[in-house]
Structure formats: structure tokens, C-alpha cells
Design a protein around this ligand. Structure first.
Ligand code: SAM
Length: 248
């Protein structure tokens, strides 16, 4: 297995990828969400939006969180269009979102050419309680396919995922659980290549390598690109991998 990690802007790097060269796009973009009002969403940092009292506050901030809804739609559509061009027929795209950006994300996916197939809930079992209404315990994975699903594959995956956000050994503000990502990367055929234009700390890539898939990642932040590189190397070598138990 192999990985390539680009430190740079996703759109710029994607434009340089060969057409039809990847087998799945699995990504967790900056949600440009996390606030009740438009001004909260566009003026606060990622740290202010996504770290709470129980989270590790020494985690580094990350860029790209201050678009309003219209510019987010435009930007995400461009990214998913480039990702579509870089994908082979039957490739699946999976894009994380919260409830606020789910409509924007499904629009962007379809405008980019993907056939929208559904929304998979990622349920976090221990959310903060909410007075006066239902708990907000889920984020969502919007997914679609380039053309049609490859029904020759013997692939069956869950329609929802239950896992806590990593706590012990957490290295990114919005880090996704490796156990969830290890399921998702199976949409890429074994030995194929998974693309993540917003690699963060590299969780998608760690999962891809552990599951026998290759990985191409892009991360703008120098800090998080360095973090991702360390984790990817460890996953590749499967040694000294101490960031979190389930990753072993
Ligand atoms: C939601 S986080 C991804 C977290 C990741 N799933 C993980 O488990 O660590 C989104 C990442 O996209 C990066 N980012 C923001 N704008 C970007 C851009 N234009 N190009 C590439 N990466 C970008 C941020 O620095 C951030 O690390």
C-alpha cells in the first residue's frame, strides 16, 4: 500500500490529479457551520465552534471555516466536481456534514455530477444533554456514486454508524473515529485508491492503509499535514501506533 499527502489547497491539488485515477472520495470538509446565526458561523474560528468544555483545548485551529452558505455551496460544488473528474466510473463519494449543511452538501454533490444515494447518520452515543428538545447526537455522511453502483462487488455496509469522537490521544479538533472510517473505506475496492481532499489528521488515510487501500490526501494546514504524515507512516508500518486503541 502507498499514500501521497499534499500540503496545500484542495482545489489547486485536485486540478493536477489525472482524470479517472481514484476509486473513492471520502472526505470531511470544514463544515462552515457551528453557530445559530450567520454571523456566528462566519466570524468564529474552528476552535471556538467545535471545541467544548470536555474537549482538549490545546488542539490547533484549522482554516476554511468562515464561508457563508452561498459561497460554501459554490466552493463545495467545485471541489466535488474536480473529485468527480478524478474518479473512475462506479466510484463512491462520501462527504461528512452536520444537519445545518446537509441540504447544501446534497445540492453540491448533485450539481457536481454525482448520483445522490442517501445520508448515513454517524451517531455519537454520549452527546451533551439538551434542555427542551431532542439531543443532537448525530453528524451525517452524504453519499453518491459516479454512474451506478458496482453490483458485481460482494460489498454490504451498515446504513448508520455508532461511535464516539476520539478522546484519548485525540490530535485534531474534528477528528473522526478510525473504526467508522475503516468501514467507509471499504467502498473502495481492495488495492484501489481513496482520495480525501481535507485530510486533517489523516484519519481517512489511516483507515485506508489499514484496510489495504492506497490513499491520496490534501491538507492545507502545515500543522495538520505534519500530524497526518506521522499517523500515515505509522499506519503504513503498523508499528508504534499509539494514537488510539481501535486504530491498531
Ligand atoms: C473537518 S477537518 C478534517 C478532519 C479529519 N477528518 C480528521 O479525522 O482528522 C477539515 C480539514 O480541512 C482542512 N482544510 C481547510 N481548508 C482547506 C483547503 N482549502 N484545502 C485543503 N485542506 C483544507 C483544515 O485544515 C482541516 O484540517
Amino acid at each position: 500500500m502507498a499514500y501521497t499527502l499534499h500540503q496545500g489547497d484542495a482545489l489547486t491539488v485536485l486540478a493536477g490529479l489525472a482524470a479517472e485515477s481514484v476509486d473513492a472520495v471520502i472526505t470531511d470538509p470544514p463544515y462552515n457551520s457551528g453557530g445559530r446565526t450567520s454571523s456566528e458561523r462566519t466570524s468564529r474560528t474552528a476552535r471556538a465552534k467545535y471545541t467544548s468544555g470536555d474537549a482538549a483545548h490545546d488542539l490547533a485551529d484549522f482554516p476554511g471555516e468562515n464561508r457563508d452558505q452561498r459561497s460554501y455551496l459554490r466552493w463545495l460544488t467545485e471541489l466535488l466536481t474536480e473529485s468527480y473528474r478524478a474518479s473512475r466510473e462506479h466510484a463512491i463519494a462520501m462527504v461528512f456534514s452536520d444537519y445545518r449543511q446537509a441540504p447544501t452538501t446534497t445540492d453540491a454533490l448533485q450539481m457536481a455530477g454525482w448520483t445522490w444515494n442517501g445520508i448515513l447518520p454517524w451517531i455519537k452515543p454520549a452527546p451533551r444533554p439538551r434542555k427542551g428538545g431532542p439531543k443532537q447526537d448525530s453528524e451525517f455522511i452524504v453519499w453518491g456514486v459516479k454512474g451506478t453502483l458496482d453490483r458485481t462487488r460482494d460489498l454490504y455496509l451498515p446504513g448508520h454508524y455508532i461511535a464516539s469522537q476520539p478522546r484519548k490521544g485525540r490530535v485534531h479538533i474534528t477528528q473522526k473515529p478510525v473504526e467508522v472510517m475503516r468501514q467507509l473505506v471499504k467502498v473502495c475496492p481492495e488495492g484501489g485508491t481513496v482520495l480525501d481532499p481535507f485530510a486533517g489528521s489523516g484519519t481517512t488515510g489511516v483507515a485506508a492503509l489499514l484496510e489495504g487501500r492506497n490513499f491520496i490526501g490534501v491538507e492545507l494546514s502545515e500543522h495538520y499535514a505534519a500530524t497526518a504524515k506521522k499517523r500515515l507512516m505509522s499506519a503504513l508500518n503498523r508499528e508504534n501506533f499509539v494514537l488510539a486503541g481501535p486504530e491498531r
